[in-house]
Write a protein that binds this ligand. Structure first.
Ligand code: PLP
Length: 414
């Protein structure tokens, strides 16, 4: 029996246990210590640009603290890419602020700089206030048009928080994504480019910014011999054990990125002659995606076997269901869902032991955000209906990819 092929599973280097053992041996089993410092140093050297790093308990925590540091509070608005995972926007609501969603452009699938400027002008006209921050995302690892986004941000003097949770090691014009804005968010969840089992980090501009983030990440304690609190803080620091895993993972970061890029090359070669299927690609030489997830789009005309069965039965375990953490679906359909041929392809691959997943559903189409303002051009919604993520992680072999493409071809009605 062939082993199931997953999108992106964690892959250990073998060096993790040494760092964890050291933590136990030296009794640093706490949310600070030599591994935390070492991991931050490794990341600092990796991202360059004279940045500082704070290791945190999750990427979501990094988004939350970056927003806090940008002064986001109740009644404020934050401009955020709509085509993203919910962790880019949820923390805006934690602070009592309102996300204002901005749609994507077709080249990178990330925040459209033109629409961003329209949104800024319109928010100022409508509310009399500037949005407090801009959150572009490097979806599936693809660099955004960050030069144009930074130019718009500078024009209106609004800080940028880059959500590089999926884009660790991606580059734009040779510069590491997450180092262009005021803050950059990284994630080390189990399915990301590298993992600390769960964790994240915030890339900060300088030592002062780092100090402020550390303050809020450790319950905002004032400098007294007793606990004195003048602000609300959070318990968001990374543990020294998780950071030990992170140090081990840093020894294979380049290897992982190269492997993801290799899976892209192989998909590109094998899918080249498959009519009706397009692999998402770097728009030009300036973009250097880490290809965290390879994604394809299916032409609506492409007929896939089993389309008549698509959406006929409620799924269990499609996304996040494995751990039993999802609510049961209330209906088989929503008012915005992938085309039948996408669902049929997902089911065909699933039956062949291959995990695939529709593109992330845009936040402006999520019921929980139905009242949030959105600046929309149709791009993310159209992509959501035609796109699928394919296995791309370090455990996916060349043979796996040949098998996946064979199964994709076999599912097409010719
Ligand atoms: C994974 C992810 C996050 C959050 O990271 P966690 O470590 O899972 O909290 C944020 N934004 C995007 C786009 C992500 O994919």
């Amino acid at each position: 029996m062939k082993q199931r092929i997953y999108l992106c599973l964690a892959h250990m280097s073998g060096n993790e246990q040494k760092f964890i053992q050291e933590a136990f041996d030296t009794n640093w089993v706490v949310p600070l210590g030599p591994n935390v410092n070492g991991f931050e140093q490794d990341l600092k050297e990796y991202v360059g640009e004279n940045k500082e790093i704070v290791a945190l308990s999750a990427g979501t925590a990094a988004v939350h603290l970056a927003l806090l540091a940008c002064g986001v509070g109740p009644g404020d608005e934050v401009l955020v890419q709509s085509f993203t995972f919910c962790a880019s926007s949820h923390p805006i609501t934690y602070l009592g602020a309102t996300p204002v969603f901005v749609d994507s452009e077709n080249d990178t699938w990330n925040m459209d700089p033109v629409l961003l400027e329209e949104a800024i002008k319109d928010r100022i006209a409508k509310t009399g206030k500037k949005p407090k921050a801009i959150v572009p995302v490097y979806l599936y690892g693809m660099p955004a048009k960050i030069d144009e986004i930074m130019a718009v941000a500078a024009k209106y003097d609004i800080p940028v928080i880059e959500d590089a949770a999926e884009g660790l090691g991606s580059r734009f014009d040779g510069q590491v994504c997450g180092t262009f804005g005021e803050y950059g968010v990284l994630s080390f969840n189990g399915n990301k480019m590298i993992t600390t089992s769960g964790g994240g980090a915030l890339i900060c501009a300088d030592a002062d910014a780092k100090k402020e983030i550390m303050f809020y990440a450790t319950q905002a304690r004032e400098n007294y011999p007793y606990y004195q609190h003048e602000r609300i803080g959070y318990n968001y620091r990374m543990s020294n054990i998780c950071a030990g895993i992170g140090r081990g993972q840093m020894t294979v970061l380049d290897e992982h990125i190269n492997h993801h890029k290799h899976t892209y090359e192989l998909y590109k070669e094998l899918l080249a002659d498959v009519e009706g299927i397009t692999l998402h690609d770097n728009p030009s030489e300036r973009y250097d995606s880490n290809f965290w997830l390879n994604t394809i789009t299916l032409s609506p005309e492409l007929r896939v076997k089993g389309e008549d069965m698509a959406y006929e039965a409620a799924v269990s375990g499609a996304v996040g269901g494995a751990a039993g953490v999802t609510h049961a679906a209330e209906s088989l359909h929503t008012d915005c869902e992938p085309n039948r041929n996408i669902e049929a392809m997902r089911m065909a691959l699933d039956a062949a032991g291959i995990e695939s997943r529709p593109l992330w559903k845009p936040m402006h189409k999520q019921p929980v955000y139905k009242d949030a303002p959105a600046y929309v051009n149709g791009v993310s919604e159209a992509l959501f209906k035609v796109g699928l993520c394919l296995p791309s992680g370090p455990c996916v072999t060349d043979d796996d990819i040949r098998y996946i493409v064979e199964q994709i071809k076999a599912a097409i009605v010719r």
